[in-house]
Design a protein around this ligand. Structure first.
Ligand code: GAP
Length: 505
């Protein structure tokens, strides 16, 4: 079942997943607030990512850096100088448009990474005008995406600071401390989840392109001579995915499905590290219920690479508005550590015990994933409908139990059984996020739970009093089983963690 991004935004608002920010004041473009259900799903998503990428790994540790840092951090990283999008301004009404998006929408051609001269030529040759007032455009200008603020009571140039446009730089500025404290040995990663801010010229597509969002990032450091030696690569050799290399794009060829081994052997993916992190990211999504076929990996063409990147591959998702970046995995080399060494005057090299060399490690891969885009992916792949008994189409949000806001709804069949049902509910809730619902028919309560993605419903009925069992219903199949109240916590924990399946009950 495919719905548009606007339909998804409306669904998220109606059910309490995500609201447009400051709506009572007319809204604030590019900002969103997560509601009671959305905040739970988002927290679960971040917890799953942290577990898979930090807790369950020996080679990655986490940090939580602050949003505002010394402005020199962003000068050294290159963001003050070149973190910009091109902008078209209407001479008449002064409306502003993100130039590449405007070209894409107007001429239906890819414009990512297009140079200013080319954009100016296309505007002129195609007589493109302002869609608001039909005015002429000025020449394209660069627009820096960093949000500026002032630290302290003064508003002079010396007090200027920036809201971070990526979480990444804090892993570089804290590099020496983290390496020493966590006694890290190459290769290793430093991970972070946190907010990032970009003053997007034209935020659009709901959560896809916002001005405030969250990222889950890892800077993965390796010895500069070992950028091809990933010790984990064999674990992903057999993993298959749709691959769209820069060469395929240049030839206007179709993306091809292949294994990671094949992509490496054919030299399509250059480093084993890239193959490993791309496959790991894809597997993480699939493991949490996303649909394998909705993903592909695409290599950046030369014109679209960031100022710091040697080679970049994106994990892309087939959104209703086309294939778009979900996660960027750039090879940042030693660009950042060297830049911070130069600007701070501090030595950020480390001693590699294996080679007995002092080295400035390379970030061979920087898996950088948007929380909000991931949230959208899981919502789109979970969204489905079924016909109810009256023939009406109703939504079933088949979101993975690990991500679901609540793992179970607890219902008394009739109000008379509310006391016993409350008892069951109280016994569950210290271990399992669940909710209690007594209003409406039992069918109505199941439908409400299905729509917000509650994987299991527990009904307390007249047999409960007699034999101490309850009905447990599976959201995705509507099948029901009887389970002893004494076993309920264990059974639910098993189902949510996928240790057991519903068919095993
Ligand atoms: N540190 C590298 C970096 O920030 P990026 O490709 O600019 O790379 C990484 O961003 C990820 O952050 C993207 O793949 C996307 O998921 C998310 N992201 C970037 N800009 C965003 C925006 N305006 N709104 C929502 N998510 C965004």
């Amino acid at each position: 079942m495919t719905i548009t991004i606007d339909e998804m935004a409306a669904f998220c608002k109606r059910k309490g997943f995500v609201y447009p920010n400051s709506e009572i004041y007319g809204g604030m473009a590019g900002f969103f607030d997560y509601g009671p259900l959305g905040v739970e799903v988002k927290n679960n998503l971040k917890a799953e990512w942290w577990k898979a990428n930090v807790t369950q790994r020996d080679d990655v540790v986490g940090i939580d850096g602050s949003i505002i840092a010394h402005p020199k951090v962003w000068i050294a990283s290159g963001h003050v100088g070149c973190f910009a999008d091109m902008m078209l301004t209407c001479e008449k009404c002064k409306e502003k448009f993100r130039a590449d998006h405007f070209i894409e929408d107007s001429l239906k051609i890819a414009a990512d990474g297009m140079k200013a001269a080319e954009i100016n030529r296309l505007v002129k040759d195609n007589a493109l005008k302002c869609p608001k007032c039909s005015g002429q455009f000025q020449e394209t200008q660069d627009f820096n995406l960093m949000f500026r603020t002032f630290v302290g009571p003064k508003t002079d140039d010396k007090s200027v600071a920036y809201l971070r446009p990526e979480t990444a730089q804090l892993m570089f500025t804290n590099f020496r401390l983290v390496v020493d404290n966590a006694r890290l040995k190459l290769p290793f990663g430093i991970a972070q989840i946190g907010r990032a801010f970009r003053n997007e010229i034209s935020p659009r597509n709901f959560l896809f392109r916002c001005r405030e969002f969250e990222q889950m990032e890892i800077e993965y450091f390796v010895h500069p001579d070992k950028t091809y030696d990933c010790p984990y690569v064999e674990s992903v050799y057999g993993h298959r995915i749709l691959v769209y290399s820069a060469e395929m794009q240049a030839k206007h060829a179709e993306a091809q499905e292949m294994s990671m081994k094949e992509a490496l052997d054919k030299g399509i993916i250059k480093t084993s590290w890239h193959a490993y992190w791309l496959a790991s990211a894809h597997r993480w999504f699939i493991g949490l219920g996303a649909k394998k076929e909705n993903f592909r990996i695409r290599q950046h063409v030369a014109t679209e690479k960031s100022h710091y990147a040697l080679d970049t591959w994106d994990l892309e998702y087939n959104f209703p508005f086309g294939w778009k970046e979900l996660q960027g995995i750039a090879n940042r080399t030693d660009y950042d550590l060297k830049a911070h060494m130069e600007h701070s005057g501090q030595d950020l090299s480390i001693f590699d015990e294996e080679t007995k060399q002092k080295v400035v490690p390379h970030v061979v891969c920087e898996p950088s994933l948007g929380v909000d885009r991931s949230f959208l992916v899981f919502m789109f792949d979970a969204y489905s409908t079924r016909k109810d008994e009256k023939g009406n189409e109703v939504v079933v949000l088949k979101i993975h139990p690990k991500l679901a806001s609540h793992k179970a709804g607890v219902f008394p069949l009739v109000n008379k059984l509310e006391g016993k049902a409350k008892e069951v509910y109280e016994s569950l809730r210290s271990d399992i996020p669940c909710f209690f619902d007594r209003s409406g028919s039992i069918g109505r309560r199941y439908a409400r739970a299905d729509e917000i993605g509650i994987p299991f419903c527990i009904t307390i009925d007249f047999d409960t009093e007699k034999d101490g069992t309850v009905t447990i219903r599976d959201r995705d199949t509507a099948e029901q089983r009887r389970v002893k109240i004494d076993d309920l916590t264990n059974v639910l924990q098993g189902l949510v963690s996928c240790r057991i399946g519903f068919a095993d009950l």
